[in-house]
Design a protein around this ligand. Sequence first.
Ligand code: BF8
Ligand code: SF4
Length: 632
Amino acid sequence: MERSISPDSVMLLKTAQAAGVTTAWDRYETQLPQCGFGETGLCCRHCLQGPCRIDPFEVTGPKNGICGASADVMVARGLARSVAGGTASHSAHAKHLAHTLLKFSRGEATDYGIKDQAKFYAVLDRVGIARNGKSDQELAGELAQLALDEFSEREETPVWLKTTVTPGRMTKFEELGLIPPGLDSAVAEVMHRTTNGVDADAVNILLGAIKCAIGDYTGMYLATDLSDILFGTPTPVMASANLGTLKENAVNIAVHGHNPVLSEIIVAEAMGMEQEAQAAGASEGINLVGICCTGHEVMMRHGIPTATNSLSQELAIVTGALDAAVVDYQCIMPSLPDVAARYHTAIITTMPIAKITGATHVQFEEHNAGEKAREILRLAIEAFKKRDPTRVNIPPVTNDALAGLSAEAIVNVLALVNPDDPLKPLIDNIVNGNILGVCLFAGCNDVKVTQDKTFVELVKALAAENVLILCTGCAAGSFARHGLLTPAATQKYAGDGLKAVLTALGQAAGLDGPLPLALHTGSCVDNTRAAGIAVALANKLGVDISQLPVVATAPEAAMEKAVSIGTWAVAMGLPTHVGVVPPVTGSPVVVEVLTKAAKDLLGGYFIVEPDPQAAVAKMVAALKERRKGLGI
Ligand code: BF8
Ligand code: SF4
């Protein structure tokens, strides 16, 4: 199998091979053939009597685990724990932001502030905090406390859930008992009910997983809100992509991970340290780039280039030009120090819960954020001095990428066409068929499939069918690397109807051409921005999200976080495609519930289809079915 179609990845994989550097792709090969029990979800280690496995064909091997768990129960429990893992990750990210806001309100985090007062007030209004002449600092404290209350068990519906979904969804969630008891409690409940001897009904376990995923949605919405308040709501910005954004004559520093609490301060402090970098011999000073979602956070807000994605993160080091990778948490390969040991790159961990053996740890805390950021930047400058110029091998590949299309930014562009009723141009063009529907691209690259291939094939085919594309996280990174976040891509690949709409919007926005083929709406936690647009459309039309011609896809999904997002997308009522088969095929009941019964229950359902052309056909059919339901 081809490893990647990303030209910079392809080039550096050869360099890595020649240098004897092992990457994720090599390690994947050492794992083959992967365990069939695990692949089908028929493996359990939830108690010390295990591991237990079940014969997927139930021929000669065991039909149950030692405790009696059936194939259906085992698969459902495993999937539910993945959802809990994803939810815990997003919720911890959200909680971190709430703590930062709280510390700011107490005067304990002076490097932070309210960057977007309009959003701050809009969120306060939405969650029901009256301003009553209070100072921003006091209000920030109240908001942070309300946010932190969302995590623990209480009797009320989480505020960030009930104030952000359609009335129809809320009724449905209440009827089905799917209101999470609190964000951390939702995770704890899944861990409890999936341990030995608790929930042994596959359908009930899956409902528990969906409830937890709705908690995931809630935490993600909260995270995006607080990030925008603290760091600014993104507005359109021209940036660039690929590993060619590293510079031979600069101190190259990658911010990598997920939470802007650290990377925003690094960005702010880097400006003041240009001279130090130049004094060290870097004529172009400091060059910040992003990897993974932290990269998208700073790309959306500052136009910082996105260098690469999670799967190809090691290749940034193989350029020989990366002086430091500053990491916070999530999607950071434990292998980074091993690869870096072959070069001069400093791997700098910053979070107490995310250390890596072999890395340099600089504990980052909000009360001395600026000082710690400068310490980190100095480590990078020191590392630059050790760079071996003869090993620098930066691929000559860069692409322009327009980013910063938050929900607010998209509404602002639409308002240029119709200031009184911004959503109307979008709705009119969906009704008249210029736009067939909307597709949200999300999720990771996965070593099991050729990097970016499914992403690129799907987006081109869907755009040709006049599907409006939104994208986040590694999906956005993939499109950026292939020049698909550009007006030129719209000219080349969009169907006539979509092209006309994107051109009219691009002109209204003062661009030289149309809006990009895919609208970059943010990092993975920002998938809720797309949900927000769908909710606004549904409310305006007086329907539920499950009736809208909107689909989601994670064609190269890898992480537990993608599983939890996919599950809440289904809960929100979206047909949701995944291109990598998740470990559920060992259970006919789980497959049936996720791909069929969920449709009757929630309107959303999973479409599991690795073949890109077949996936496009299924997504287009789902959009047409929705249009028919609406009579358009
Ligand atoms: O949260 S898409 S590989 S980087 S999990 Fe990770 Fe997947 Fe990328 Fe961002 Ni999202
Ligand atoms: Fe085996 Fe049951 Fe224990 Fe899982 S919980 S390891 S199936 S005995």
